[in-house]
Design a protein around this ligand. Structure first.
Ligand SMILES: [Zn+2]
Length: 69
């Protein structure tokens, strides 16, 4: 039991810091996902006519799906 390594406070902190540094998502990814989620939820909330938000979603969907079309 004497050989059991007890991590010190300093080690734990630096491990957390490096994990944070390497797993932090790119800000553009987050913004993109948030925007897309917002527009999808919006479009499901009902029928909209001449709605700018719905037009944005339609525009984005067309671009996103064009490589698969
Ligand atoms: Zn709408």
């Amino acid at each position: 039991m004497e050989s059991f390594h007890q991590p010190q406070l300093g080690e734990a902190v630096s491990a957390q810091e490096s994990a944070f540094r390497y797993t932090e998502p790119a800000p553009t990814d987050e913004v993109m996902m948030e925007q897309l989620e917002y527009l999808l939820l919006h479009s499901r909330s009902g029928r909209h006519q001449w709605c700018a938000e719905c037009a944005r979603l339609e525009n984005i969907s067309r671009h996103l799906l064009s490589p698969f079309g």
